[in-house]
Write a protein that binds this ligand. Structure first.
Ligand code: F6R
Length: 642
């Protein structure tokens, strides 16, 4: 996608609510490459002029792909960092270089160790300076930036509190480098890198908002739907220290670079009809009608011409006026609802989401972790089994890192005791003591030892098969793919490889499914769902010319975090109160993921609660549109790969 210059952006009618130059790209990869190239051009320009290039750098997940491209440019295209002086935004207070969670470690790991920057040109606030010297150290940091003539370029991410650097709500526009206490939400968001929330430092040293605003050029990044709300507040909201990122509205050369998911709530994307002429595709009409019905709090069939006119939607009213549009929309949503996710045998399927034939389908449910199947589509899964289809479940990853160490220890101890009981002899201490030691030591290791991973993986396998048995599918239809990209023993995973794709491909070829269900949820904080989905897409792409694939349809479901917006749902499967209870029990079978999981994320409800709340909410939204009232609903979107 081409960049939109600030000048061009400021002339567009659709961006009239935006106070920061915002550029939306298809995905984070594409956008990161463009940002990296801007930085590279600046470095080269400064090199030619024999000047230092002063870069302000950020950590976190947002800039990683930018750094990856910079490393590639260094290795393959001769980009040299010898004239670069870097200043990092922030550092946790109390962490040192050796701590894998420290930002100094992060920067070396993701950038500095792979390029030719001179060590003396790297500057990162010192998280280990004695408390009483902190204020002086902060002043020196500011002075050092000034001594280089200020920052030429500042790269930023944004926290969901609206922080830039660690300038949490309450930070002032003229704040300088200082110690700060982290917001609770930031601690929750960053907890994934630590053992638990209690281990996240509560304080940090950060450049101030004023320091950032003095940079000559600022680029701020946001990826994923988790950031959509704060992006809207920052770009379209009032400037306020409650959302420190809004102070960027004051800067004369700032660009907000985001992917489509992060842009979702911008007015021009969410409700484009409010900011100008739009091309009324069927999809946009559906989105607008759902929005209108929710806004005026009326079911679709009660919307009037006036409602459409008052909300800048008169363009979609044709000759038949609101009556005709309402009927068409109502029928569309009505036809998305089916209690027969595998198709209703011997029934007219012209207005149903799925085909009637074959009546008995072969189905693969791909589940990124061992539990996404029941958490995200447990009601539909149950119906598919009950309606006689041959349902296979494929757990794409072992999910091993999400098992707590105490749980691992308990199981290893149980295995030892059971062995002693069953064999009537003492277990070999050498075997078990080694394991116990590894489990204990593993907690402090950056990479979890392979044996410990194995135990954790076995625990999750046991839970998954128990849930499948409860639903009534034979063990032979449960597949553990243990995709290699996941087996790094740490939160950070490898990119998708050909071996991963081959494993997925083999299973599809073996089963020749009529339906594939895949997790289309890109809100997973660790990106595992994204890689798992890419793996399925790649496998299907390689197989699409096979004859059996002509009969195969793919349905995407969403994970524990979000549902598809109602206007995008193409198959809505109602869940009865009894089915919802069964779904809950199946989720409970995943005991290691109950009662405070390792990667809880920002939501402290348990998975079964999140999932029930979400499914009830979807049912409620259908009800409010004037459709039937169900206990709960699971939503799916069809993915066309032909
Ligand atoms: C990092 C920093 C933070 C992050 C922000 C977003 O140095 O100062 O402001 O940019 O918390 O983090 P990610 O990118 O992980 O979502």
């Amino acid at each position: 996608m081409k960049r939109i210059s600030r000048k061009e952006w400021s002339t567009l009618e659709s961006t009239k609510f935006e106070k920061i130059h915002s550029e939306v790209f298809t995905d984070a990869e594409e956008a990161s490459v463009i940002v990296a190239h801007e930085i590279a051009a600046l470095i080269r320009y400064k090199t030619e002029k024999n000047e230092k290039c002063v870069l302000g750098l950020a950590t976190g997940s947002s800039p990683i792909k930018v750094y990856k491209e910079l490393i590639r440019l260094h290795k393959e295209e001769g980009l040299s960092f010898r004239n670069v002086v870097s200043f990092n935004l922030d550092e946790y207070y109390g962490l040192a270089k050796e701590d894998v969670q420290s930002y100094i470690y992060f920067m070396h790991h993701h950038l500095f160790d792979h390029v030719d920057i001179l060590p003396e040109n790297i500057n990162i606030p010192d998280g280990k300076a004695p408390f009483e010297f902190m204020s002086e150290a902060c002043t020196q940091y500011e002075e050092k930036i000034e001594s280089y003539g200020g920052l030429d370029f500042q790269l930023l991410g944004i926290g969901r509190t609206g922080h830039i650097g660690f300038n949490e709500p309450g930070s002032k526009i003229n704040s300088t480098t200082r110690m700060i206490t982290l917001d609770h939400l930031t601690i929750q968001d960053n907890a994934f890198a630590f053992d638990s929330m209690a281990d996240v430092p509560t304080k940090a040293v950060t450049m101030g908002v004023g320091t950032i605003l003095k940079a000559k050029r600022v680029v701020i990044l946001a990826w994923g739907m988790k950031k959509a709300e704060i992006v809207k507040k920052t770009v379209e909201g009032e400037m306020s220290s409650n959302v420190p990122a809004t102070f960027l509205q004051e800067h004369s050369d700032v660009s907000f670079v985001m992917d489509e998911s992060a842009s979702q709530q911008l007015t021009r994307i969410q409700t484009p009809w409010l900011v100008g002429e739009c091309e009324w595709t069927d999809a946009l009409k559906r989105k607008a009608v759902v929005w209108l019905s929710q806004k005026v709090n009326k079911p679709i069939l009660k919307l009037t011409d006036r409602h459409y006119n008052d909300n800048s939607m008169s363009d979609i009213l044709g000759e038949g006026g609101s009556y005709a549009v309402n009927i068409k929309m109502f029928n569309h949503f009505q036809h998305t609802i089916t209690g027969w996710p595998g198709g209703k045998p011997n029934a007219d399927d012209s207005h149903r989401p799925e085909r009637a034939n074959p009546a008995k389908k072969r189905i693969i449910i791909f589940s990124p972790h061992p539990d996404d199947d029941v958490i995200s589509m447990g009601g539909t899964f149950l119906r598919l089994v009950d309606q006689g289809h041959e349902v296979h479940v494929a757990y794409q990853t072992s999910g091993n890192i999400a098992v707590a160490d105490h749980e691992t220890y308990r199981f290893a101890e149980f295995a030892k005791n059971l062995y002693e009981y069953a064999a009537g002899e003492k277990a070999d201490d050498k075997v078990f003591d080694k394991l116990f030691k590894q489990i204990k030591a593993g907690a402090n290791k950056e990479v979890l030892p392979v044996e410990v991973r194995k135990i954790k993986g076995l625990i999750r396998r046991g839970e998954a098969i128990s849930a499948c048995r409860y639903y009534g599918i034979p063990d032979s239809q449960v597949h553990y793919l243990d995709l290699p990209f996941y087996e790094t023993g740490k939160v950070e995973k490898n990119p998708l490889g050909t071996a991963d794709v081959q494993i997925i491909k083999n299973l599809i070829e073996e089963i020749k499914p009529h339906q594939i269900y895949a997790a289309g949820d890109l809100a997973d904080p660790h990106g595992t769902h994204e890689v798992c989905l890419k793996g399925i897409f790649a496998a299907v792409d390689q197989l699409k010319t096979e004859k059996f694939m002509k009969d195969c349809w793919m349905w995407l479901y969403r994970g524990a975090w979000h549902e598809f917006p109602i206007d995008e749902i193409e198959m809505a499967v109602p869940i009865s109160p009894e089915e919802l209870l069964k779904k809950r029990v199946a989720i409970w079978r995943h005991q290691s993921q109950k009662d405070g999981v390792v990667f809880q994320g920002e939501d402290d409800r348990e998975f079964w609660q999140r999932s029930e709340d979400r499914n009830r909410q979807t049912a409620h939204e259908y009800d409010e549109l004037g459709l039937a009232e169900y206990e709960a609903v699971e939503g799916f979107v069809r993915h066309h790969f032909m």
